[in-house]
Design a protein around this ligand. Structure first.
Ligand code: ZN
Ligand code: ZN
Length: 911
């Protein structure tokens, strides 16, 4: 293996010199300003042409003919189709096939990790795609730089396994640009080095008039590992052509947003009464292009200063003109990103994808509010959907769901604001300032954006320029929980030396008994042995389905799990390798697990039909007694909806539909069924197991299922909870377990009927009467108690003791239900005394409670807390308190009268 260091690769001419450069006389130059190498056909060029080395020179002066976004996409795709590439449909913006990222941030991410690692064939090779991508790291720049978008389309041609590489890639990129009219000497290929996700390689940045239109990555190495790289056997061409930027350069508009969304921007400006200072914005974009605006507040200030110098304007005036334009730009970007996120199945919530969708929705509402047009949100969303419906008809299908979710979010937002005002005011008056941590906390816990916080405090707060991207980042890295994956906790175990276990529970899930050969016996941490067999009927824990139990040679199987392709059986007793053993399933348990698992799929199908495509599985568990399914949904379910879902599940069960299980090539399955397959999370491997309930539900799933839905039996939901904002948990039971559940309910009712000594049909009436009787009784009891207490208080007053020091003591027993009632009565008595002490006891059940109060001179003689502590210690309990007030208790309630009496007499004698 020849491991190379970066110095031996990244800056080498041969890494970047391609056939076209040699044949057509391109020259390699070193940029006079940034020192980076680039390739040009123009021998007089001295700089790389990319800001900050040079400025955008296409604004107001486009080098090619005007094109809109649909035209650019179609031209690109058909250009590469004509050159042997197969057109591939876009992937969702939510990366459902991966468990390491939330969103599709680049076209290559569609093919990671299975295609790039060589395990799965690409869907086509070479291929061309235009992939909508969502990214959050530049969130704070969006609207301000003219070129940053949260959502953009990345057009790309990809080639895997060496079908072509650098020479062809650069030539294709060059020919594409020429085909849309870009002149040769406007093009610069700048050298750079790319690394990510365990791969690396040289790349050419394609710059035209200062704008990076494409990046051509030549993925040639694995690494770095300890700073070194290994050449890949199957090299990958990873390109990315920004569709938005192509549209922008073709129009030469002041910003990329003006090029992409002219109609919407016109509408937003008209509604908010804004003029469009296009010359100022053009200048602003050119200057902003030279600075990275996320680098801190000073950069925006610098941009404004430079623009005001150039245009001879007051910086304040520049800022006043620019700020509302930045807002309409951000709105135009965010609203489109929201449509793609929600349209691809994200439900706004406070976790993962949902968190980021909510952030964009809240920010859009806030920006609209600042412009005084917040009522327009829904109308803007509708407009945007009809704009994208031509190339993306699926967004139109989702229109009702998208609008409903956003309306719901809007309501929540206003509720948040209402509560937030007080929270912010309290925090501000307590601390006198608001820090960055406060701002983050106010957003994370209360949904309040910095603009709101400023409004509520009435003070200008220094908001970090990377505030939004930082909070987005915190929520971007969290991975999706793989609910249906088979992942072992014991991955460190080396199972590679064993043959893969033959999985008979897949071949025939109805197999209850089989003989198998013991391949090896591993020592177990607990009692018993861990068996590796040549074949097994025991399903290992995975995909939310619990492991099977049963017997091997009559000994109990306690747990089963799978590591790699090997199934491990934890069994009681001793075994030896080479032995043939008899395996028997606990069939009652297994068939019930199968029923519950198939029912989970039936339920998911019912929910998606009833509520829409935003319903995605967020978790699932199948045990013998019950199963539960968590799904994304923005509202709680009402009783009618729950019953409707039950009915539709029972109908599908009674229709006895077929449940088909097939192993399919990943590509074929994705093409045939779409990414809805990955309901249970990402699944590994070249081939995936597809479980299909005829015309109802299709999922990639590794569980065991019944053959026909009829075998599931009666379906009953037992509980529905909202486990978090945007996620609903449904617990249910099927077959015999559902019947048991109904019987339990029946038993409860029967018991209530017999306790109330009534008939079933009169139960509610009898219960209501009991409740109202009880209320009456309670009232009467309270009255009686207060009468008794009056008498007891009289008695206490009668036996008042006055010590030699002239301190008056009231003491005795009263009736009370709790300490508060006791303290109230003690208070009443204390008022009647000048320098007084009150000690009261009460029996609550078997136990004793004691309180004591003192005032005036009594405080210097007696300590109420100490008094209570001493009395209670004699009752085998404890207590304490201050000089003025003591509370305590003990278990020996029956001794209370004697103990108090003796204690008081003793302190009187002592004083
Ligand atoms: Zn340069
Ligand atoms: Zn499943």
């Amino acid at each position: 293996m020849n491991m190379l260091r970066k110095e031996e690769l990244a800056s080498r001419r041969e890494q970047y010199e391609v056939e076209m450069f040699r044949e057509e006389g391109w020259v390699r130059r070193k940029c006079a300003k940034c020192g980076k190498y680039f390739w040009t056909i123009d021998p007089d060029r001295n700089d790389c042409g990319e800001p900050p080395c040079a400025e955008y020179s296409f604004i107001g002066n486009p080098p090619i003919r005007k094109m809109d976004w649909n035209e650019v996409r179609e031209k690109f795709l058909s250009f590469f189709e004509r050159r042997g590439h197969e057109r591939v449909s876009r992937y969702p913006v939510v990366a459902r096939w991966r468990d390491d990222v939330l969103f599709t941030g680049a076209s290559i991410m569609c093919f990671q990790p299975w295609v790039t690692s060589g395990e799965v064939d690409p869907p086509a090779n070479p291929l061309v795609i235009s992939q909508p991508c969502v990214r959050f790291p530049d969130l704070d720049n969006v609207g301000k730089t003219g070129r940053h978008f949260t959502m953009f389309e990345m057009m790309a041609h990809h080639a895997f396994n060496n079908v072509y590489f650098k020479d062809e890639t650069v030539r294709l990129g060059f020919e594409w640009l020429k085909s849309i009219g870009v002149k040769e000497d406007d093009i610069v290929f700048k050298e750079d080095w790319w690394e990510g996700g365990g791969n690396a390689g040289p790349d050419h940045e394609v710059i035209v008039r200062g704008l990076e239109l494409a990046t051509l990555v030549h993925m040639a190495y694995e690494g770095p590992v300890n700073g070194r790289y290994l050449e890949m056997k199957n090299k990958v061409v990873d390109t990315g052509y920004g569709l938005n930027r192509h549209v922008w350069i073709s129009k030469g508009s002041p910003t990329g947003y003006d090029a992409m969304f002219p109609k919407l921007l016109k509408y937003l400006r008209a509604e908010s009464g804004l003029d469009f200072p296009s010359d100022l914005i053009s200048e602003y974009t050119k200057v902003a292009g030279k600075y990275d605006l996320s680098g801190g507040r000073s950069n925006r200030t610098k941009v404004i200063e430079e623009v005001s110098l150039r245009l001879d304007m007051d910086p304040k005036e520049v800022e006043m003109e620019v700020t509302p334009q930045e807002m309409v730009y951000a709105i135009s970007d965010h609203t489109r990103a929201i449509i793609f996120m929600l349209g691809d199945g994200v439900v706004p919530s406070n976790a993962r994808e949902g968190y980021l969708a909510r952030l964009l929705i809240r920010r859009s509402i806030r920006l609209l509010k600042s412009l005084g047009i917040e009522d327009l949100l829904i109308e803007i969303i509708s407009k945007r959907i009809s704009e994208v419906k031509d190339p993306f008809p699926e967004m139109l299908d989702m229109e009702d769901e998208i609008i409903e979710m956003i309306s719901h979010e809007q309501k929540k937002y206003y509720a948040t604001i209402k509560k937030g005002r007080e929270i912010v005011k309290r925090l501000y008056s307590k601390k006198g300032k608001i820090t960055r941590e406060d701002l983050e906390k106010l957003y994370d816990s209360h949904g309040l954006l910095p603009e709101e916080v400023m409004e509520f405090t009435g003070k200008k707060i220094d908001v970090p320029e990377d505030f939004l991207s930082k909070i987005a980042e915190k929520h971007s890295s969290s991975s999706r929980e793989g609910q249906e994956q088979t992942r072992s906790k014991k991955v460190d175990l080396d199972v590679k030396k064993y043959p893969k276990t033959e999985l008979l529970y897949y071949t025939d899930p109805y197999l209850k008994e089989v003989n198998a050969l013991v391949i090896d016996v591993l020592p177990s941490e607990n009692e018993g042995s861990v068996l590796i067999l040549d074949r097994t009927i025991f399903y290992p824990e995975g995909g939310g389905q619990e492991a099977d139990t049963g017997k091997i040679n009559g000994r109990k199987v306690k747990h089963v799990e799978k590591v790699g392709g090997v199934v491990l059986h934890l069994v009681e007793g001793k075994f030896s390798p080479g032995e043939v053993v008899k395996c028997q399933l606990d069939w009652e348990r297994r068939i019930q697990l199968m029923r519950h698992h198939t029912a989970t799929h039936i339920l998911l199908g019912a929910l998606r039909r009833k509520f829409g495509k935003h319903i995605w599985q967020a978790g699932a568990h199948k045990s013998e007694n019950y199963a539960r399914l968590d799904v994304t949904h923005y509202l709680p379910l009402n009783k009618d909806e729950i019953r409707e879902i039950e009915d539709s599940c029972n109908r599908v069960i009674m229709e006895n539909r077929e449940v088909r299980t097939t192993w399919m090539e990943r590509n074929e399955a994705e093409r045939k069924y779409g990414f809805v397959l990955y309901q249970g999370g990402a699944v590994p491997g070249r081939k995936i197991r597809v479980v299909e309930i005829e015309d109802w539900d299709i999922e990639a799933c590794g569980g065991t299922h019944v053959h026909r839905t009829g075998e599931v039996g009666f379906f009953k939901i037992s509980r529905v909870d909202r486990i978090q904002d945007g996620v609903i948990r449904i617990e249910f039971k099927v077959g015999p377990k559902a019947v048991d559940y109904i019987r339990e309910l029946e038993d409860t009712i029967e018991e209530a009927v017999s306790l109330l000594n009534t008939k079933k049909e009169d139960l509610i009436q009898a219960l209501s009467k009991k409740i109202s009787d009880l209320k009456d009784t309670k009232k009467k009891y309270a009255k009686l108690m207060s009468e008794i207490n009056d008498l007891l208080l009289e008695e206490i007053r009668d036996k008042k003791i006055t010590t030699k020091d002239g301190i008056n003591i009231f003491y005795g027993l009263i009736h009370a239900e709790n300490d508060k009632e006791m303290l109230d009565l003690a208070e009443l008595l204390l008022k009647e005394l000048d320098d007084g002490l009150v000690i009261l006891g009460a029996r609550i059940g078997e136990k004793a409670r004691v309180v004591s109060l003192s005032k005036g001179r009594a405080k210097s003689v007696f300590h109420a807390g100490e008094i209570v502590r001493e009395i209670c210690s004699k009752l085998s309990g404890g207590g304490g308190g201050s000089k003025e007030k003591g509370i305590g208790g003990g278990p020996k309630g029956h001794e209370l009268p004697r103990v108090i009496e003796e204690y008081v007499l003793r302190i009187c004698e002592g004083s």
